[in-house]
Design a protein around this ligand. Structure first.
Ligand SMILES: Nc1nc2c(c(=O)[nH]1)N[C@H]1C(S)=C(S)[C@@H](COP(=O)(O)O)O[C@H]1N2
Ligand SMILES: [Mo]
Length: 370
């Protein structure tokens, strides 16, 4: 008799065939993980419960009273901190827009089979916690450390590999001012909800979601780049299965519209009345401030500059934009397009890769004016 192995329940990554619809496996993920309803783009800070959620395995049982964060590996003094000790350290609050690296995946052709996000895997929160650097300074980083590995308390199997959720950051990013990594214990002034990492998570401003390890229980300094599953196998920009690929890191620029008017229940087509229509939305980039947002109402034939709010002190929070439209009866396709200070512009053709990562193709919004 064959001995069963974790690989028996876990298939290889798959690209959907031509015309293949979303499967029951993807529906199961989509029903657990949820996006931010796009009308919530109207809020500068996403209200609790409307921020997107992505959890690879299960939300682990977590008791804040018994929680310990260990800091070990290449440090002079290994630490074991409880939540009271962490809360006693000087805290900071930062407004950060977070987006899943797989946002936009379901619109790719061909479609990578995974969590089928359209464009709603985004949210902005005020995260409060201790700068990671404070804790690393207390532990004393030893020479030779090149990366910090972050371990979550959740456990599962992915493509046959049983694992704790783990990710690493280069020491410069983990301990530096840019992006200013936080050990966060509060979200929008309240305790972290279970699905967002209660009682402690990492926040890595400007980086895609996978870096912000939830239910954080260990920080380990290592002498070699981490080769765990979520670092070296998943979250790489690859066009073929065998290439090593570039790592997924910072968020590519994106602008989204608050859907104008009101929706049709099934098609989600928007209806607006003839006359002036106030178009608004938000735009963000992990490479620095957004410098330009353009809007089209004719499916991309012509673009006009939107009024963009100046970047505030919070470099990694989204910026509002608005544009006025005089709508006449007819059918329209609206879209917005962002560019950032580093010179990245949202593409009009899909940036395809096997994981469906960093797909920041512009969002087209069909509108009927009647
Ligand atoms: N421990 C742990 N951390 C995790 C994950 C996870 O499954 N386990 N998912 C990551 C991914 S892929 C994303 S997009 C973000 C989502 O954070 P949110 O659910 O708070 O929006 O958490 C990241 N941190
Ligand atoms: Mo993600």
């Amino acid at each position: 008799m064959d001995t069963p192995s974790p690989a028996d329940v876990s298939g290889p990554p798959r690209i959907a065939g031509p015309g293949e619809g979303i499967g029951a496996d993807e529906l199961a993920l989509a029903a657990r993980n949820h996006g931010m309803p796009l009308e919530a783009l109207r809020y500068e800070v996403t209200p609790p419960g409307l921020h997107y959620v992505l959890v690879h395995y299960d939300i682990p049982a977590a008791d804040a009273g018994a929680w310990r964060l260990t800091v070990d590996g290449l440090v002079r003094t290994p630490l074991r901190l409880d939540m009271a000790e962490l809360r006693a350290l000087p805290s900071v609050t930062r407004r950060v827009t977070m987006e899943c690296a797989g946002n936009g995946r379901a619109r790719l052709e061909p479609r990578p089979v995974s969590q089928p996000w359209l464009v709603e895997a985004v949210g902005t929160a005020d995260w409060t916690g201790v700068p990671l650097r404070t804790v690393l300074d207390a532990a004393g980083v030893r020479p030779g450390a090149v990366e910090a590995v972050f371990t979550g308390a959740d456990h599962g199997i992915e493509r046959g590999v049983e694992q704790d959720y783990q990710r690493s950051l280069p020491l410069g990013a983990a301990a530096g001012d840019d992006p200013g990594v936080l050990l966060a214990y509060a979200m929008n002034g309240g305790p972290l909800p279970p699905q967002h990492g209660h009682p402690l998570r990492l926040v890595v401003p400007g980086w895609y979601g996978m870096a912000h390890v939830k239910w954080l229980r260990a920080v380990t300094l290592v002498a070699r780049p981490f080769t765990g599953f979520q670092q070296a196998v998943a979250y790489r920009y690859r066009r073929t299965p065998d290439e090593p690929g570039e790592p997924v890191t910072r968020i590519a620029p994106r602008a989204l519209l608050v859907p104008p008017g009101f929706p049709d229940f099934m098609s989600r087509t928007r209806l607006v009345r003839p006359g002036p229509v106030h178009l608004e939305g938000r735009a963000w980039s992990g490479f620095g401030p957004v410098t330009r947002v353009e809007v089209t109402t004719d499916g991309g034939l012509t673009w006009a500059d939107a009024d963009l709010a100046a970047p505030g002190g919070e470099r990694f929070a989204w910026q509002g934009w608005h544009s006025e439209w005089e709508a006449a009866p007819g059918r329209y396709v609206l879209a917005a397009r962002a560019a950032d200070a580093a010179g990245h512009v949202q593409p009009l053709e899909q940036p395809w890769n096997r994981g469906g990562f960093g797909n920041n193709l512009v969002q087209y919004v069909p509108v009927l004016c009647a």
